[in-house]
Design a protein around this ligand. Sequence first.
Ligand code: 13P
Length: 291
Amino acid sequence: MYKTLKEVTQIATELNMTIGAFNTHNLEMLPEMLRAAKEMGSPIIIQTSIDTAKYIGYDVVVAVIKEIAEKEMVDAALHLDHARDFDEIKAAIDAGFSSVMYDGSHLPFKENIAKTKAVVSYAHAHGVSVEGELGTIGGTEEGISVAENDKVYTRPEDAVEFVKQTGVDALAIAIGTNHGQFKSKTDVNIPLLKEIHRVVDIPLVIHGGTGVKEEDYPELINNGIRKFNVGTELLVNWTKEAKTAFTETEVNKSLRYNVIPANQKVKEIVKHKIGLFMNLEEPLVVGKRHE
Ligand code: 13P
C-alpha cells in the first residue's frame, strides 16, 4: 500500500526497527527496490532528489510507486529528499508524493523554524508528512556541500524547541554522519543521539547512511532512528555493475543485458540493509556488504 512517512515510521517505532530510505536515481532500479522490501516483509521509503524527480517526472515517479506498492502489496512511501525551495516542495505534494523534507539546516535557527512550519502547514493540509533538519550533515550530495569546518552537531535543546514549534513528523539530526562517504566509515556520536532521543519523542533520521558502520546499526535503532537513508552505496554499485555490462555486451544486444545486472545488485544491497534494519535478535543477514 502507498503510505506516508508518518505511517511507516510508526510501524518502525512499534517494532523497534528502522525503515530504509533508499535514494533512486532512475526508473530502472525502482521495481527491484520495492520487490526487495516485499521479499523481506518490511515497509520501504523511496526517496528522490529534486533533480531526479524532475528527470523522471514528479507524476511518473508517483504513478510507478503507487502502482507497484498496490500490486505487490508492499508498504511504500515516496519522499522528496533535501528540498530548500517551497515551490519545488509544492510541486511534489501536488503530484502525490507522500512525504517531503524541508532542509532549512543552513538557515539561522528561527528562520529554519518559520520556513519548516510553512511547509508543515501546506503538507499536512494535503495528508503529506514532513521531515525537518537541524544541525549540518557533512559531505556533498547533488551539489549541496558542507565544508568540514561548517559542520554543526544537533543540540538537544534546539531539537526540543524545533519539534514543538514546527510540528514535523520526523527529524534529521547531525551526529557525525556525512553524505556520500563510501570509502571510509564515520564515528557516530551515540551519546549525543541518546541525549536527543531522551528529550525528543518523534522519529529520528540518519542521513549519510552509506558511511555508517553496520555494527553501529543496533545502537542507532535502539535509540530512536526510525528512518535510515542510504544512497551512495546503491549508486556506486549500480554504476559499477552497469559499466562492466556495457563494456562486455555487444552493442546490438538488448539494453536489458546492461541494466538488469545493475538492478539486481541494487536489490541485493537493499535486502541486505533491510535485514539489518529489522533489528532482530538474530540479524537476517542477506548477502554481503558492498563497498
Ligand atoms: P548516502 O548517499 O551517503 O548514503 O546518504 C543518503 C542520504 O542521506 C540522502 O539524504
